[in-house]
Design a protein around this ligand. Sequence first.
Ligand SMILES: NC(=O)c1ccc[n+]([C@@H]2O[C@H](COP(=O)([O-])OP(=O)(O)OC[C@H]3O[C@@H](n4cnc5c(N)ncnc54)[C@H](OP(=O)(O)O)[C@@H]3O)[C@@H](O)[C@H]2O)c1
Length: 272
Amino acid sequence: MKRVLVTGASSGVGLELMKRLLGSGHHVVTLTRSPLPAVPEVQAARERGHLSGYQGNLADAKSRTTALAEIASAHPRLDVVFNVAGVSLGKPQTTAQGREIHFEVNTLAPFVVLDELRPSLERGEDRLLVNVSSNAALMVNSFDPAVLPAPEEFKKLFGPYALSKLALSLWTHALAPRLEATRIRVISVCPGPNKTPMTAGDGMPWWLLMLRPLLFAHPRKGATTLWQAAFAHPSAPSGAFLVKGKPTPIPFLERASEVLTLVESAAGTRGH
Ligand SMILES: NC(=O)c1ccc[n+]([C@@H]2O[C@H](COP(=O)([O-])OP(=O)(O)OC[C@H]3O[C@@H](n4cnc5c(N)ncnc54)[C@H](OP(=O)(O)O)[C@@H]3O)[C@@H](O)[C@H]2O)c1
């Protein structure tokens, strides 16, 4: 039985991934903002003692640090960590830390999760971190890491959201060689287009909302993509960005170490 952490398990792809992990007999640790829905899989896992749920807001430095500290102390061993939680909003928003929210939740929070839970992952067997990214990262055509915490322009999906996911895949790539000694592998993965609350929300451009019924799959499909990225063999090299299950070149790779430095400093200097 593996012990696996999933953030964002309250809905969409994260919820389906949690169900699949539970169905395979693993122990799932969840970190969610909203309570887990009262679906039969959750009830059954609670009764068997296979589910440990924690609540925290990943946009809020204090809340996430408190929740992660609790998880780290209750779960000294974690085999795999899936950073699934993410936001794609319809208008600009700034967090209490003064940072643009897509950067805070989609880029920085996954780094903080790893940082806080690294000792637990080091004691695990798989030692794998999966960051859920997006192929929107491939659509970015100009990129300056310095603007990530406060981008000047807003565009649905292809603005701060795409930048935040590109930055996530870039720091994942830059961190991989540094973690070699710990045998922790880090990958970023696009789950593909899924019908979830996020893709029905106002963060989606109107034309994509029109195409959604035709082109987007049930979130089980995205969960399967994440599952395969983590557990299928041969596994992807550490640092890879998987799109449609295959390692894919990350744009602006030459800026990867700059992004990692930015994220490390935001995590360190703002008290996480
Ligand atoms: N669906 C797609 O087509 C698609 C494509 C590419 C990438 N992705 C990525 O896949 C991941 C899952 O997205 P989804 O489509 O399944 O969307 P979703 O159903 O909206 O799920 C997003 C999850 O993130 C959580 N979350 C958002 N803000 C949070 C915060 N401040 N603190 C803690 N948790 C927070 C949500 O919690 P609440 O329930 O409390 O809102 C929810 O559980 C995201 O990273 C997304 O960017 C999705």
